[in-house]
Design a protein around this ligand. Structure first.
Ligand SMILES: NC(=O)c1ccc[n+]([C@@H]2O[C@H](COP(=O)([O-])OP(=O)(O)OC[C@H]3O[C@@H](n4cnc5c(N)ncnc54)[C@H](OP(=O)(O)O)[C@@H]3O)[C@@H](O)[C@H]2O)c1
Length: 252
């Protein structure tokens, strides 16, 4: 099997694209540890991934959880081949309505949490292993209602470049996957009502040059390409966005 004998950790893998990536890894024979914060989602992922996966409740915005997670990963898997920092939250609000609390929620997960997760878990990655971090098409340019989220992801891309340089000596590659509109249960946005989700989806299908949403599996394939096959690629960002962030015109 493709990933037989490898160990992988997916931070934020209980649903959506992180779960799709974890499933492909398990199906390929890898041993996987997945994290999530919501208890019910953790239970659901346990059932879905089966006994080959460890599903651990761990809050990526909590420094003591991150420290504990490093110990748990060491105990359950030992050395790891691949760390996927997929976790992220978005709160859509015009910048005038941003509060200190919503600002902190997004930066604490997407940026601070991602940074310290890599800092704490990278000693467990074997030399020659890899890291993939999930950004967003919104990490460049300006989008209404996304000023804070966009900035969290822009910082994440910058971190990935820094990690790529600092981990070169250990042969660890660090890359970024940058999704556009992807059909996941939450759409990556906190607290959307069913109507808001539907409206958001409609916009995504209209503005994306390929005129559709991507699937979690399409992102997972890109993540696993960067993780295991792109052996001469580090410090790079791969867009999986149906052309949305690219310099191509949408068909009329
Ligand atoms: N969906 C999109 O269209 C889209 C587009 C561009 C970028 N992205 C980015 O892609 C990534 C995945 O998005 P998604 O839509 O698949 O799912 P998501 O709703 O962003 O959730 C992904 C995972 O993160 C976990 N999570 C959230 N907050 C956490 C925390 N504080 N600690 C630990 N785990 C936490 C979730 O578990 P719980 O539910 O248990 O908390 C879930 O397992 C995110 O980084 C997102 O920003 C998404």
């Amino acid at each position: 099997m493709r990933y037989e004998g490898t160990n992988a950790v997916v931070i934020g893998g209980t649903h959506g694209m992180g779960l799709a990536t974890a499933k492909m890894l398990v199906e390929g024979g890898a041993k996987v540890l997945v994290t999530g914060r919501n208890g019910k989602n953790v239970e659901d992922a346990r059932r879905e991934l089966g006994t080959e996966a460890h599903v651990v409740r761990s809050d990526a915005s909590d420094m003591s959880d991150i420290a504990l997670l490093a110990a748990v990963v060491g105990q359950k898997l030992g050395r790891i081949d691949f760390l996927h920092v997929n976790v992220g939250v978005a709160e859509l609000e015009p910048f005038e309505q941003v509060t200190e609390a919503s600002y902190d929620r997004q930066f604490n997960v997407n940026t601070k949490g991602a940074f310290f997760t890599v800092q704490r878990l990278s000693p467990l990655i074997r030399d020659g292993g890899s890291i993939v971090m999930t950004s967003s098409v919104a990490d460049e340019g300006g989008e209404a209602g996304m000023s804070v989220y966009s900035a969290t992801k822009a910082a994440l891309v910058s971190f990935a470049s820094g990690f790529a340089v600092e981990l070169l000596g250990r042969g660890i590659r660090v890359n970024v996957v940058s999704p556009g509109f992807i059909k996941t249960p939450t759409k990556g946005v906190a607290g959307l009502s069913a109507e808001e989700r539907e409206a958001f989806e409609k916009i995504g299908n209209e503005v994306t040059p390929m005129k559709r949403h991507g699937t979690p599996e399409e992102v997972a394939r890109a993540v696993l390409f960067l993780a295991f096959e792109a052996t001469f690629t580090t410090g790079a960002k791969l867009a999986v966005d149906g052309g949305l962030g690219q310099k191509i015109a949408a068909p009329q």
